[in-house]
Structures are given as C-alpha cells and as structure tokens.
Design a protein around this ligand. Structure first.
Ligand SMILES: [Zn+2]
Length: 267
C-alpha cells in the first residue's frame, strides 16, 4: 500500500496537467481528474436510468414551459456539445437537477416554488451552473483522491456495481439514491452566481431569483436535498443574489429578447 502511493500521486498529477479548469461566468479555477467526455457519459447513463425508474409527465401544461425555459437557458449556457434534455418527474419532491451533458429534470413538487417561467429559469440556471462549473466531477475527483486511485473510473462506472450509488450521489443525484450529499458552500454560491447571469442572458427578469428563497422559507418543512442544502442559509443566498443583481440587470438589459417573468406555471 505504502509503495503504491507515489505512483498514484504521479498518475493523478500527469492526468491533471490538462485538468485545471476555469468555470464560465464565475471564473473560478478548480482541479478535475475526469475528462468532460467521461463526465458527460456518467451524466447520460445516470439520467437514462432515472428516466426509466421515475414517472415522467406528458401533460403539456407542465412539460412545455420547462422545455421552453430550458432551451433559452441552454442557449445562454453556450454549450453546443451538450445534448440538452428536459423532463418533468411526477413527484411531490421539491427539487430539480441538471446532470453533466445538459440532462435536466424538474419535479412537479417544485412548481409552486418556481411559480413562473422566470422562477423556473432561476432554478434551472442554478442547476446548470453546477453542471457547467463541473461540481459533480470535482466531487468525484476529490473522492478519487481520497480513496487513493483511479480504479473507480475503470470498467463499468454506472452499471450494477456497489460504487454506482456513490457516484450518482456525487454527481448530485442524492435524492435518487437516498444519500444526500449537499454541494459545498462555495459550490452553491458559484451555482447561484452562474444561475442568475444565465437567466438574465436568457431574457428572464433576474429579480425573480431571490424570491425563490422567500418562497422556500415560507414552505419550510422538508428541504430538498440538493437545491436547498443546509448551507448557505436561504437568507444568505437571497442576500448574495441581491448583491449580484446589478450585474445581472446589466446582462438582462443586453438580452436580445426579454420575457420578463414569462408565463405562470401550473401549480
Ligand atoms: Zn445547488
């Protein structure tokens, strides 16, 4: 065990030579041992699995506004390599997620929090923020470093093996596997920052973003595992979003088409 340690470090370092990345919008730098291709594959496999297990809604009143908003957020995210997909899961869970590769799901339970398309855009922007800043891959990389090697990536990552649930949780799929792994405070702040800029560039009024947290506070009770992680608190996130408002409003003013708050969602 002792002797293999330097080899592992060297392997990680050599892979990492091309793996230091800078996130869009926030400009934050981070280390990643996983290529974007590997990460996308993980996201696509995990999404396909979730979609076969969950009840997917076909009611256009729910699905259409999410797809419409999603395509606008996708346009602002400027990731032509992503194969964007938007689905609504028929469940009371107050959550939403975006997996690497642009695989997005909204749960029916979050519609009253989103309230309108701008609210959906704020939530989606936040989740897309995690994906394009590669927070899932960062967590997997840290986990790999801790367990001491790259073997976790070898072979069949997301097929039936005991590491699969762990990987899905690391990717931000805690609600699916019952292991809630909140992103760190700095990851959440970064996703909030990227999210509000994306929604503004997509043409949605960014003043709706802090209102999401007021609605979450009012609802209280069972907290969604990812979107409302234990920290930062709702109040802190709302304040952070208000600090970002001047910059977000500048982006909104530059948006070629403005949708304001968009249409109200069915609740
Ligand atoms: Zn988040």
């Amino acid at each position: 065990m002792k002797n293999s340690f330097p080899i592992i470090i060297l392997t990680l370092l050599s892979i990492n030579l091309t793996a230091c990345m800078t996130a869009p919008i926030s400009g934050k730098k981070s280390m990643n041992f996983i290529t974007e291709g590997q990460e996308r594959k993980m996201g696509e496999d995990a999404y396909a699995e979730v979609m076969t297990k969950e009840k997917i809604m076909t009611d256009a009143r729910y699905v259409e506004p999410i797809r419409r908003t999603g395509l606008r957020i996708a346009g602002a995210a400027n990731r032509p390599d992503f194969k964007w997909e938007f689905n609504v899961i028929d469940s009371e869970t107050m959550n939403a997620f975006c997996l690497p590769g642009g695989k997005i799901a909204f749960y029916r339970g979050i519609f009253p929090i989103a309230l309108n398309e701008a609210g959906a855009a704020a939530i989606m922007g936040h989740e897309v923020g995690h994906a394009i800043a590669r927070h899932g891959a960062q967590r997997i990389s840290m986990n790999m470093a801790m367990v001491g090697g790259l073997s976790v990536l070898q072979g069949t990552l997301l097929k039936d093996n005991p590491k699969k649930d762990n990987l899905m949780a690391l990717l931000g799929m805690g609600s699916q596997v019952g292991v809630a792994l909140p992103f760190s405070r700095s990851n959440e702040n970064e996703a909030d920052e990227i999210g509000i800029i994306l929604m503004a560039r997509a043409g949605y009024d960014p003043s709706e973003a802090p209102l999401i947290w007021e609605r979450f506070e009012k609802v209280g009770g069972g907290k969604p595992p990812e979107l409302l992680s234990t920290h930062p608190s709702e109040g802190k996130r709302r304040d952070h979003l208000r600090e970002l408002m001047t910059r977000a409003m500048e982006e909104y003013n530059k948006a070629p088409v403005k949708y304001g708050k968009g249409e109200n969602l069915p609740i």
